[in-house]
Design a protein around this ligand. Structure first.
Ligand code: UD1
Ligand code: CA
Length: 453
């Protein structure tokens, strides 16, 4: 089948306003990736390299954003929203280039399964002219019904055009359609608009093709393939299904999730076997975790690389550019941004590390802050191998601490410290014997005098 050429036409014009958003509907995200990009990925996974994106008039912002995720796609504008067949025909120039297979998908249906697309293409390869991906549901209202005669698909009837008998049919059109490229334009050009909505329905090509003796086939896929997102409640529903699938995939690939329903992945999260993820962990985009890591509860991680056997959290925040090397530790209430934490280094408590390198085996005491920003620019802190940073130290960047350097607790370090040096950056302690008692007496007498007066 791989020799067959394939064009995917993704319809995303004429979006409603039920998202109540300034952002076009298909750019709302599932697992951090715009819906339309999920559709593009599914098309690519089903071997469809060529993409035509049909967008509405004045959708320039959307064209730009969508093409970021599908640089190879060609965008076509459907000037008026006259129906799904009309929308497909907006991409006439692409279709007429001549492909074996044409896939039609909706940009707001992000959970489509590449398997369903591949099955549909297989049917085309076997000689079908039109393949409809259907699904069964107890609650078919709103969907086009698949009308079969003697086991053959003969038409799709939209809800508004259904007779009472037809409304009882529970086999529905999921919206995915595959059409033989050599017949596609001929079939689409015959579609009229005599129906309850006065639209040019893509679904009408089923009846047209069947009546002309073409082979028309319905395949069956799961409901998710048809889950169209029209509002934010449906967006959350799709997110939920996506997360469920991904968690299962992670667990089956050797990752332990103690409370899977509380762990959230991004579309591109990579996570290695024997990693244990405790409850309530969030993986934002761009996270790679190698094997055997422990991600403790309530950690928030994005754009970070975590090498094998690292220990993260609980309550750790790893921001973009956090790069933890083998066996590094970042503990509770620590934030790491744009910094390398080399092998075995420890950042265990209440610390901010930004724009820095921490050498192998270094120990960063509780409350250490890299002061990386002066309100205008960011500066770098370099901490050498095996260095020890005493608790509650501020390292004012740009600054470097040499290998084995030792920083006294509570220091404010503004000058670089050479290898193996000890640095104090704080006032010396003075201890005055008996003075504490004297002070207490003085204060209590003063308070008593004030009460009397
Ligand atoms: C469509 C199908 C229906 C199916 C259902 C599955 C048709 C006629 N009906 O109905 O059989 O059960 O999907 O969800 O195809 N669009 C355009 N331009 C247009 C019209 C639509 O780009 O002029 C795009 C929309 O942005 C949307 C998609 O096509 O992404 C589907 O259109 P919509 O009007 O939502 O069709 P449904 O009534 O849901
Ligand atoms: Ca719809």
């Amino acid at each position: 089948m791989s020799q067959r050429t394939c064009l995917s036409v993704i319809l995303a014009a004429g979006e409603g306003t039920r998202m109540k958003s300034a952002v076009p509907k298909v750019l709302h995200t599932i697992a951090g990736l715009p819906m339309v990009a999920h559709v593009v990925k599914a098309a690519e996974a089903a071997g469809s390299g060529e993409l035509a994106l049909v967008i509405g008039h004045g959708a320039d912002e959307m064209r730009k954003a969508a093409l970021k995720f599908a640089p190879k796609a060609e965008a076509f504008v459907q000037e008026k929203r006259l129906g799904t067949a009309h929308a497909v025909l907006a991409a006439r120039a692409a279709i007429s280039k001549g492909y074996d297979d044409i896939l039609v998908m909706f940009g707001d249906t992000p959970l489509i399964d590449p398997e369903a697309l591949a099955t549909a293409r297989l049917k085309l390869a076997e000689g079908a002219a039109v393949v409809v991906v259907g699904f069964r549901t107890e609650n078919p209202s709103g969907y086009g019904r698949l009308i079969e005669k003697a086991g053959k698909l003969v038409a799709i009837r939209e809800e508004k055009d259904c007779s009472d008998e037809e409304k009882k049919i529970t086999f529905c059109n999921g919206g995915l359609m595959a059409v033989a490229g050599r017949h596609a334009l001929k079939l689409l050009d015959q579609v009229g608009s005599k129906n309850a909505k006065g639209e040019y329905y893509l679904t009408d090509i089923v009846e047209i093709a069947a009546a002309q003796g073409f082979d028309v086939v319905a395949t069956e896929a799961s409901f998710e393939n048809a889950l169209g997102i029209n509002n934010r409640a449906e967006l959350a529903q799709a997110e939920g299904i996506w997360q469920q699938r991904r968690r299962r995939e992670a667990m089956l690939s050797g990752v332990t999730l103690i409370a899977p329903e509380t762990v959230f992945f991004s579309h591109d999260t990579e996570i290695g076997a024997d990693t244990i993820v405790e409850p309530n962990v969030w993986f934002g985009p761009g996270v790679k975790v190698a094997t055997g890591a422990k991600i403790h509860a309530f950690s928030h991680i994005e754009g970070a690389t975590i090498a094998s056997n690292c220990d993260v959290g609980p309550f750790a925040r790893l921001r973009p550019g956090a790069d933890l090397r083998t066996k590094a530790k970042v503990g509770n209430f620590c934030e790491v941004k744009q910094a390398i934490v080399e092998e075995g280094a420890k950042v265990n408590h209440l610390t901010y590390i930004g724009d820095a390198r921490i050498g192998a085996g270094a120990n960063i005491g509780a409350g250490t802050i890299t002061c990386n920003y002066d309100g205008y620019s960011k500066f770098f802190t370099d901490i050498g191998e095996g260095a020890f940073i005493g608790s509650n130290s501020s390292l004012v960047a740009p600054v470097s601490i040499g290998k084995g350097g030792y920083i006294a607790s509570g220091s404010v370090i503004t000058e670089s410290v050479p290898d193996d040096a000890l640095a104090f950056g704080r006032a010396r302690q003075r201890t005055l014997p008996g003075k504490g008692k004297e002070l207490r007496e003085r204060f209590s007498q003063a308070a008593a005098a004030r009460k009397k007066g």
